[in-house]
Each structure stands twice: as structure tokens, then as C-alpha cells.
Design a protein around this ligand. Structure first.
Ligand SMILES: [Zn+2]
Length: 296
């Protein structure tokens, strides 16, 4: 299992834990989108977070969309995950220049900007998705997600996300974890948790050292009885299809379809997430126009 996610419990089942190793998945995203280092780190952190958040969902068909609306060079990052932790993602500005912060590390916070928003939409199979949002705190994504949980869902959370790149810009190590005390947690356990997380080693360094997701959780929660209850393979998977693109084309309406047929005579639709191109010639488009007219 190259990329995987684990679910666990600690503190007499009063703390829930998730950790993911996402090195290959983020490298796949880097290759698909041709991202420069800062963009790779920003997209990788967002995708890792979304994968864990997806895995938290209870219903098999539930989905979560994590969107970062940046206020600086990166305007938008979107990652969509299902309940198994499979994820797809894209970034609006994949080619931004490398910027380093004062510590000499990739400046994700600077590239995203501090005045943006984090928007979370959970599709739980109801009529409307559940949508929550919060202001970004640092733009580093991990801290912003912890703040989102606190302010929008009143759920205290420890979030750590990290992407380490090689000198050639490829992904050397990537992973993350989310730790959440549950409502029935007692005071003593909370104090112990606060002490444990005071000094967390860098997640991407732990992945780079070859630590497993289970080992990372045990290293972070020193002194806790960490119980791993489930493990799943995850990956970058896009669920786009000719059917979905056709439906989207039909939904643009008769007028738009007619102008596509008459002015362009074809349509090239590219999936944002995986860059796959779907080509429609005049005949295809005429067929879709007829469907649109029949649906009226
Ligand atoms: Zn796609």
C-alpha cells in the first residue's frame, strides 16, 4: 500500500485519530498539473486534508469539497474526496514562482495569503450540502483547517499537514494527521493531549524517515494507548466521464449549444482536476442539442 490512511482511537476511545501517507498521490497531482514547488506543497497539503476529511464521513456515498480561496498569488485550491479517502484536486495557479519564508522553507502561507477563506462543503446525500467556512489564519492550510474546525464546527482539532520536496521539485514525502477529542473526553485526558502535542515533529520529516502512519500517531501521542481500527488505500482518482461532461454541456442550454455548433463547430472540454480532454464534433453537439430540446 503506497498511499494509505488509518483511523484510530486513544484515551479510552475519547480521542479519534486519522493519519495519511500521501507521497505518491501528491506526486501524481504534481505531474498532472505541472506544479512548481510552492504550488505542489499547497495543493498537496489541501489534498491530504481533504482525503482525511473524506475518510471521516459516515455514509458510503458522502463527499467533501475543501476549497481554499487565497488572497495572494494562489487564488483557488480545490480538493474533493469520497468516504474512502480517494481524492482529486486542482490549483488555479500551478506555475507560481518559488518563494521561501524567513525559515528558508517554501512559503505556502505567503503564496496563499492570510486574507482568504476556507470553504468546506459536505455532500451527505441530503437535498443541500452542508457548507461551512472560516477566514484563513496563516494560509499554511493545516492551521487554517484547525481554526475552521474550532470556529465553524466547535470541534477542537490538532491538524498537521506536510509536503517535502526533493531538489528536482518532485515529492519526497507527504502526509498528515488530524486528532480530535470527542465530546465525552475527560479533563485529565485533555491535559495529557495538550502536553503531548506541545512539541510535534514535522510530519513530512517523519514520513521521509520512513515512519508509517501508525508510527506517526504513536510518536505524536506519546504515552497514549493508540489503537488503530482501520486502514485503507487511497489515491488521486478523478471521477470525470464522458457522461458527466455531456450532462454539463446539455445543461448550458439551447442558445449556448447552438452558438457552439454554428460558431465553433466543435467543443473541447478539459477536466480541471485531471486535465483529461473531451472532444465533441459538430455531430456530437447536434445530438446533445436534440437531447436538450427533448428535455425541455
Ligand atoms: Zn477528470
Amino acid at each position: 500500500m503506497k498511499n494509505y490512511i488509518v483511523r484510530g482511537l486513544a484515551g479510552n476511545k475519547s480521542i479519534r485519530l486519522f493519519a495519511a501517507i500521501t507521497t505518491d498521490m501528491v506526486e501524481k497531482a504534481r505531474k498532472i498539473h505541472g506544479t512548481t514547488p510552492v504550488a505542489t506543497a499547497a495543493l498537496g497539503r489541501t489534498m491530504t486534508a481533504a482525503s482525511i476529511m473524506g475518510y471521516m464521513l459516515k455514509g458510503e456515498k458522502d463527499k467533501v469539497t475543501l476549497q481554499i480561496r487565497g488572497s495572494n498569488k494562489i487564488k483557488s485550491i480545490v480538493a474533493v474526496a469520497d468516504s474512502k479517502g480517494f481524492v482529486k484536486g486542482y490549483i488555479s495557479h500551478p506555475h507560481i514562482d518559488v518563494t521561501l519564508n524567513e525559515k528558508g522553507k517554501l512559503d505556502v502561507g505567503g503564496a496563499v495569503g492570510k486574507n482568504g477563506k476556507m470553504i468546506i462543503a459536505k455532500d451527505l446525500g441530503l437535498k443541500e450540502p452542508y457548507v461551512g467556512q472560516s477566514n484563513l489564519i496563516t494560509g499554511e492550510i493545516g492551521e487554517d483547517l484547525a481554526a475552521y474546525y474550532m470556529y465553524s464546527e466547535q470541534q477542537p482539532s490538532v491538524v498537521s499537514l506536510g509536503v517535502l520536496l526533493d531538489v528536482d521539485g518532485s515529492v519526497k514525502a507527504s502526509g498528515g494527521f488530524i486528532i480530535q477529542p470527542l465530546p465525552d473526553v475527560d479533563e485529565e485526558t485533555l491535559i495529557k493531549l495538550e502536553e503531548a502535542i506541545r512539541d510535534i515533529p514535522s510530519t513530512s520529516s517523519m514520513v521521509d524517515e520512513g515512519m508509517t502512519a501508525e508510527e506517526i500517531l504513536r510518536a505524536v501521542l506519546k504515552g497514549f494507548d493508540v489503537e488503530i481500527i482501520e486502514k485503507n488505500e487511497i489515491d488521486f482518482v478523478c471521477d470525470c466521464s464522458i457522461d458527466k461532461i455531456e450532462k454539463a454541456l446539455i445543461s448550458i442550454g439551447e442558445k449556448e449549444l447552438r452558438s457552439l455548433i454554428e460558431e465553433d463547430g466543435k467543443a473541447e472540454i478539459k477536466c480541471h482536476f485531471c486535465n483529461k480532454e473531451y472532444l465533441f464534433d459538430k455531430e456530437d453537439l447536434t445530438g446533445l442539442l436534440n437531447e436538450a430540446l427533448n428535455n425541455k
